[in-house]
Design a protein around this ligand. Structure first.
Ligand code: CMC
Length: 425
């Protein structure tokens, strides 16, 4: 909707440019700059700090107030009352399912949990010590060579089947990354288990012994999936949308999202938090690391702190902290030294002028790593679990993009290279 206007006056240009101001259902108004190209002008916004690149009805974030809504529902309520399957349905369809719709959704996902047997051979091409994110990126990209029956991106049913397949197969593929690294046999999915139970079974079960999922750990795992399910137009989701805008294969688009997520400024931060806590080693060393983080000449940053959008507590971090306490209590690890360091670090940073004035609060990755480590999941798998959880967000945004008229994404630039010159000689 546009009932306000913005006016742009450029020095030396007689005419004032009139631009519509759009407003959504929540959030700041948006100046529609599309008409500027016709005037020979572009806008300049490295890092997309002030740019809305699309319309979206999936997720809303108010970074100042620390609010995160999926389909209008606050993340805290979803984490407490809902579960990952329901949140997946919500992100894909825009509404919560009724009991029948939910059962049908869960059953459909279960029908797709196995991966093509041929795909398991791809793992053998990787070194055993390959980073699991490198493997995941490769095998998810490889899915694009397997499922040719549902690749018409203009067909809503085909897009839906792609989403089911991805949500269903990600835990299988992720657990296979882990099993490959430790030399244990791949475990086939078990459809009598819940989504989170099945993932833990494929991670920690072996053919030699019965695996009995722990309900506290299963709940915590499901909650980690819920808390990571979507986060509007972050770097990896924007990557998936941009790759998808060319009409690329959906599985290849998700692989591009996995690649973008891997970086330590994004999903790789959960792994980096644990590495940092281990490096700090003792609470006495915290001040030294705080000083390093504050030093403008030192590239070190406090991992798990700060966020492009949140200038307040990340609401996901608050829930994660509660989950962290529950898991450590269940496992008798309340006195875990890394948790102690994490808690003290958080306290010191929250009171330090540098972090306070920049509004740097703990983000979702600060506590998730401690939970995952306590569950026995190796650090290198942390970002893989983030990718597994975020796949529903990526595919929902990809689906939304293709559900209405769209254009290929093509940012422009402020050129600063040499002007035209003749080739020598
Ligand atoms: N430690 C120390 N200083 C920081 C940190 C940090 N973690 N984060 C930001 N700053 C400082 C930064 O140096 C800058 O200071 P100054 O104004 O003096 O130059 C100021 O705060 C603003 O930072 P910025 O780099 O402009 O912020 P950004 O929005 O571009 O970056 C971020 C956001 C998440 C990449 C950054 O906060 C960061 O690197 N955090 C650590 C990595 C991390 O935890 N990432 C996970 C994000 S949440 C999960 C996800 O969505 O993937």
């Amino acid at each position: 909707m546009a009932d306000k206007k913005a006016y742009l006056k450029i020095d030396g240009v007689e005419e004032t440019i009139e631009l519509p101001v759009l407003h959504g259902t929540e959030g700041p108004d948006v100046v529609d700059v599309r008409a500027l190209t016709a005037q020979g002008l572009f806008t300049y916004d490295p890092g997309f700090v002030s740019t809305a690149a699309c319309d979206s009805a999936i997720t809303f974030i108010d970074g100042g107030k620390g609010i995160l809504l999926h389909g209008g529902y606050p993340i805290e309520q979803l984490a407490e009352k809902s579960d990952y399957m329901e949140v997946c349905y919500l992100l894909l369809n825009g509404e919560l399912p009724n009991a029948e719709q939910k059962q049908e959704f869960v059953n459909t996902v279960k029908n797709h949990t196995m991966v093509h047997e041929q795909l398991s051979h791809f793992y053998n091409g990787f070194r055993r010590d390959a980073h699991p994110m490198a493997i995941l990126c490769g095998v998810v990209g490889a899915l694009s060579a397997f499922y040719h029956d549902s690749l018409d991106i203009d067909d809503a049913h085909h897009r839906e089947v792609c989403a089911y397949r991805l949500v269903a197969k990600m835990p299988t593929l992720a657990a296979m990354c882990y099993k490959y690294s430790n030399g244990q046999p791949f475990m086939y999915p078990r459809n009598d288990l819940s989504y989170a139970e099945n993932f833990l079974y494929m991670m920690f079960g072996t053919p030699c012994e019965e695996y009995v999922p722990n309900p506290v750990l299963t709940k915590a795992m499901d909650r980690i999936f819920v808390l990571h399910a979507d986060h509007e137009q972050n770097a990896s989701t924007s990557t998936v949308r941009l790759a998808g805008s060319s009409g690329a294969n959906p599985f290849a688009c998700i692989a591009s999202g996995i690649a973008a997520l891997w970086g330590p400024a994004h999903g790789g931060a959960n792994e980096a938090v644990l590495t940092m806590l281990e490096e700090i080693g003792d609470a006495d060393n915290i001040p030294e690391f705080i000083e390093k983080a504050k030093d403008p000449n030192d590239p070190f940053r406090l991992m798990g702190f700060g966020h492009r959008v949140y200038r307040n507590f990340d609401p996901r971090a608050k829930v994660m902290k509660v989950s962290c306490d529950e898991v450590l209590k269940e496992l008798g690890l309340e006195n875990d030294p890394l948790l102690k360091i994490a808690k003290q670090l958080e306290q010191i940073a929250l009171e330090d002028e540098y972090f306070v004035s920049r509004k740097l609060y703990p983000n979702v990755d600060f506590y998730s790593g401690i939970i995952l480590k306590a569950m026995g999941i190796p650090t290198s798998m942390f970002t893989v679990i983030f990718a597994l959880s975020r796949t529903i967000g990526w595919i929902s945004h990809w689906n939304e993009f293709h559900s209405s008229p769209n254009r290929i994404g093509r940012p422009r630039q402020l050129y600063t290279g040499p002007t035209k010159r003749d080739y020598p000689g």
